[in-house]
Design a protein around this ligand. Sequence first.
Ligand SMILES: Cc1ncc(COP(=O)(O)O)c(C=O)c1O
Length: 442
Amino acid sequence: MMENKGRSVSNSDMDAALLASRQRFIDANPKSLQRHQEASASLPGGNTRAVLYYPPFPLTFTGGEGCRVRTLDGQTLIDMVSEYSAGVYGHTDPVIAEAMKAAVDSGLALGGPNTVEAQYAALLVDRFPAYERVRFCNSGTEANIMALSMARAITGRSNIIAMTAGYHGGVLTYVGGGSVLNLPFPVSFATYNDIEGTRAMIRAAGSDLAAVILEPMLGGGGCIPANPEFMQMIREETRRIDALMILDEVMTSRLDYRALHGADGMTPDLVTMGKYLGGGASFGCFGGRADLMDWFDPSRPGAFSHGGTFNNNILSMSAGMAGMTKVLTEEACKAFNDRGDALREQMCETLARHRIAGTVSGRGSLMALHFVLEPVTTPATLDSGNQRHLGLFHVEMLLRGFYVAPRGMIALSLPFGAAEAAEFIAAFDDFLSQNHQYLPTL
Ligand SMILES: Cc1ncc(COP(=O)(O)O)c(C=O)c1O
């Protein structure tokens, strides 16, 4: 039996409901199914990015416009995945498109410094308080690998503390029980927002600890915001033992014009970013205190070597800079995140009206639905029953024309406005009415 109050919902009823929804999905998407089957001949399971797979098969997209994507079977969906938060600008922003076209016309892969990389670096250093210097790379994963590796090299220590359910990249996956493919860093795991437990871990690690790495809101781990006192404790304790505090803002930097560390006055030693900062092209960056980052100055004796063929690629540099200077203005960033806060409230009100035991956690334009009774403050509250209910939510919302992430996560894009929010809330309301009997009730 699943958790509920007024009534018992058997697992088999829930499974039957999910199977029926999936059958409707299969019937509605024959071309996506065929493409998926064909792709499986050359890509393992038809897949080349784990998060994009969901059962029975993922929809194939043929194009997008604004905050909408088109499927191979001809359906148009309102896109609330937004490339897992990287798609801040939507699919067809004209300013980004123009910057990319100009970059292509200027010649690609010139094999030397270009005129845009330093301008973009200066912009990021000006905007994000933690950045005194920055370096570019090609993904958030790479940015975190570099930040952890430099922390170990500079401190001469090996150990790292990370958070259970943290996500820092394809080989730094601590969500969902971790991954056998993770890099073999000696990592110990603390519980997010557990102030005393984490303090004790940092103190016990003492002079063996190179760094603590964490997100200012667990993203892939369920959009769970950090308690400010928790962040403050990590800052103080790491400073006390000369370990580095690495803040992973790959997902959260979109939540404020100055990223979350700027918004909340945090002072990490290093900050990693990525995603939308490449304007839709591949991107990562890591930066922070000048005395740490200057280890990468190649003219300095004993400098760290950091390669990467496409680190300064003109496409990402140009698109990223155009987006940051001309599209994601301070006003646009605030309005966009305010829309997210409003949507989260509306979703919570809708859950309450249906007397469903659920909540929507998150901050600004990033949020996640959870079918649990308690407020979600640590990942421990998210059990497997929640995942099963989210599976139903996911497929049912796809059938209603809304692309949401299978784990219940929603990331808005700039073109997602009041009309789309109203359509989504109406569909969510309908989903809750139609599936009330399968969901945990208050
Ligand atoms: C918090 C966080 N860190 C790192 C990454 C990895 O970034 P990338 O997928 O660009 O390697 C992600 C990606 O989702 C992320 O959410």
